[in-house]
Design a protein around this ligand. Sequence first.
Ligand code: NSP
Length: 227
Amino acid sequence: MLTEELRNEAEPIIEAIYNDTFIQGLIHENIEADAIIHYLKADSLYLKEFANLYAMLIAKTDSRETVKYLLGQMEFLLEGESEAHAVLSQAVGMTYEEITDEGVWYPSADHYIKHMYFNALTRENIAFTLSAMVPCPYVYRRLAEKVMARHTFEADHPYRGWFEFYARDMDDTLDVMQTIIDNEAEKMSEDDLRQIKRNFMESTEHERRFFNMAATKERWMEVGIHV
Ligand SMILES: Cc1ncc(CN)c(N)n1
């Protein structure tokens, strides 16, 4: 199936994310507090836009079942993955609200989100946007699986809860998204299939860039334009 092929092709990028500074910093508890704060400021806005994208897809589908699924996903996102974010904000000794009362819009997060909006705004078939959205739950679950398989965390490890949150089955999310994509892919032209694949692989790389954006505390050059 198409999504199985995509998951296999994404594996080396996810392995690279595992070896990059941010995840290694969480595992070895030597990540800078500023990098975590940078991540949370960006991620709070990212999740808000992700919920908006689900809303756009609701308007495009005529399947009641898909509408119910998308609404459920919005609900979950509007919780903002608070459990995972709480682990990180606790580790830096601040509340999530303090850190994210002004979320900040950094270049790599901007690129990732606009990649998804481009598909939502130019394609009627929701499979195109979903193929750009599915690496969001998939990469995090695959990363957490790798970490939990390779490391044993003490009960008091500050980031254990973060990995456990994402290792916990997001199966229903992923299965539904992947089923919709695989079903739509059956009827697609070669060109459209290439676009579906590009969307998925680019978003997988955007996930890597997002973590590196936080690790390097990436900002816009023109500070006057952005906070
Ligand atoms: C950028 C990003 N990608 C994925 C996730 C996990 N849903 C997240 N919280 N943030």
